[in-house]
Design a protein around this ligand. Structure first.
Ligand code: NA7
Length: 553
């Protein structure tokens, strides 16, 4: 096909979302000469960082890595203020990127994609928008994000509550609105853990309703010094390259010894050091077998248990906070500031929903099986319908006339987390079964966008009109992702990684955990071999990716 298509009104590419993905997608594809129309439900750019404005919101990946690498001048001129920049600064960064590269012109804001149907006759997507329009495009690319569809509160009675009610993922009040109030926070994942200490400072009383205790390690956030910033900027190209070829999208700290290779004293000393370092390369990454061997993991988990018991003064509260239900790192680790210390405040109390589940709510109270808690405000920090929530929200109807949610009813299937059989010319950036879930997602986003852009270029060169994953390649990729995760403790633990936080969602681990470096090398090899596993106008070098995964180190 020609990028200046002759079909009147048909745009080459429609992109969904104007977050980290949508912005880079628009830049990359417009630069390559494609016509691009982006639609964003929110009023401006930012995606996750536009919506999640709750107190304490910040990324759990260090900002010097959690940022774009595609433009040297951009990374030289932008200066992060802190190790983990707060939400407002990350949003400011994305606004800067949008303005600097003049990207807003590619987007229509306040416009949600309601549905999209593949038109086999014309070989294009018909995309329905909530402004009543239908737009047509050759390629449809989702940058709708993995954590953008808030989970519905699945406990009856919330509708009875007449006090102030707010969700961390759609925060629309100020912290002052909670001042002097009796506040309940429900949920203790990253969002709850970040918000709780700040809410505790203003509330008359804060009651935290915890279902599953998490391992919360100190974030050790700090201002970045001018010397640190200068050192990073001087070395940025090499740092980015290291991130791209690392396991998790951040510079690696390779370890080769196992937890029981060292004495108990030496192990403890190493954990203490790692605890000071914190971050994803902290305690959970101190020995090579912590995510693969349950006994090895127990040593690290118990180290954190002891830390909690040291910090929290009331022994009964400490015991409730000790995470006993899963190994450290098997669901996403949480990094906080003064989280456990907050439970030493006289105005904070903890309710364990494992011991006393919520039964209902009244107009001014949360009622559990053991009692009633009067509150003026409820903060829901209950997470997201990850990955499939945003995708199913696009209501895609594929070549066979079935919706994606029907095709994936018994479990997610994708090729590389990028394509889905029966959905020609549709691509997902940081989609299910990609490495995005367990990585610095910005690294995964840039890699996927570049790979998709190269594939579109390849199709343009051959004047092809349809690109589709084969069923065989998709099946193989599912097997590879399942085999890879089965080697780890991720396989043993319920979490949003597996969809188990949503009632009725098939329990499938939604990511590839073989490492972003290995994944990148595999994708590069697939491109080099002419895209096995991808049918381009019905032709493919091979319907499967064969032994490429085993061969790539
Ligand atoms: P998470 O990590 O999914 O955490 C949600 C929390 O809410 C978690 O503690 C849940 O307990 C709890 N939850 C969910 N539903 C309920 C109900 N019905 N009752 C009580 N408690 C409930 O979401 P976050 O927003 O904190 O973080 C998501 C990601 O964003 C994070 O991993 C980072 O990558 C950034 P559960 O554990 O399910 O028992």
């Amino acid at each position: 096909m020609n990028s200046t298509t002759s079909d009147a009104g048909v745009v080459d590419v429609i992109g969904v979302g104007a977050g980290f993905t949508g912005l880079y997608l628009s830049y990359r594809l417009a630069s390559a000469g494609w016509t691009f129309a982006g639609f964003e439900a929110g009023p401006s750019v930012g995606g996750t960082w536009f919506w999640n404005t709750y107190p304490g919101a910040r990324c759990d990946v260090e900002s010097i890595y959690y940022s774009y690498s595609f433009d040297e001048a951009l990374q030289q001129e932008w200066t992060w203020s802190q190790r983990f920049a707060p939400q407002a600064e990350i949003l400011g960064y994305l606004e800067h990127v949008a303005d600097r590269f003049d990207l807003r012109k590619h987007f229509t804001f306040n416009t949600r994609v309601l549905g999209a149907t593949w038109n086999e006759g014309d070989r294009l997507w018909e995309v329905r928008l909530d402004n009543g329009e239908t737009r047509r495009c050759r390629y449809l690319i989702s940058g709708a994000g993995g954590l953008s569809t808030p989970k519905e509160f699945d406990v009856p009675g919330l509708e009875n509550f007449t006090g102030l009610r707010v969700s961390t993922s759609r925060w629309n009040i100020s912290l002052d609105d909670l001042a002097g109030k009796r506040v309940a926070v429900i949920g203790t994942g990253s969002s709850g853990v970040q918000a709780i200490p700040l809410i505790a400072e203003v509330a008359e009383h804060l009651t935290v309703f915890q279902r599953t205790p998490n391992y919360v390690m100190p974030a050790r956030n700090a201002e970045l010094t001018p010397e640190q910033v200068a050192a990073v900027k001087q070395d940025y190209a090499a740092i980015r390259e290291e991130c791209r070829h690392s396991p998790g999208g951040i510079p690696d700290r390779p370890v080769t010894d196992r937890a029981f290779d060292v004495s108990d004293e030496e192990r403890r000393r190493r954990y203490e050091q790692a605890y000071e370092r914190s971050g994803f390369l902290g305690v959970g990454a101190e020995f090579v077998d912590l995510l693969t061997d349950a006994e090895a993991n127990r040593t690290a988990s118990e180290f954190i248990h002891d830390k909690i018991r040291e910090i929290v003064k009331d022994p009964a509260t400490a015991e409730l906070l000790v995470p006993k239900y899963h190994p450290l790192g098997a669901k996403r680790s949480v990094f906080g500031t003064d989280y456990y210390e907050t439970y030493n405040r006289p105005n904070v109390s903890l309710v364990s929903l494992r011991d006393e589940p919520i039964e209902t709510m009244t107009e001014n109270a949360i009622v559990t099986s053991a009692g009633s808690y009067d509150v003026d405000a409820i903060v829901l920090a209950i997470g997201f319908d990850a990955f499939t929530g945003p995708l199913y929200g696009l209501n895609l109807t594929g070549a066979s006339g079935r919706k994606l949610q029907e095709v994936w009813r018994d479990g997610i299937r994708s090729y590389l987390g990028i394509m889905a059989a029966d959905f020609p010319n549709f691509f997902m950036v940081a989609g299910p079964l990609s490495p995005a879930l367990a990585s610095n997602v910005v690294v995964s986003i840039e890699q996927a966008v570049d790979w998709i852009a190269d594939l579109l270029e390849h199709a343009r060169d051959t004047k092809a009109t349809t690109i589709e994953a084969t069923v065989e390649a998709e099946r193989e990729w599912v097997e590879i992702t399942e085999w890879t995760v089965a080697q780890t403790l991720y396989a043993t633990t319920d979490s949003w990684y597996r969809g188990s936080n949503i009632e009725g969602k098939p329990n499938t681990f939604m990511g590839y955990v073989g490492g972003v470096g290995k994944y990148r090398r595999m994708c590069t090899e697939i491109a080099k071999r002419g895209y096995p596993g991808v049918e381009i106008d019905g032709e493919t070098p091979s319907r499967t990716i064969g032994p490429i995964h085993q061969k790539i180190a």
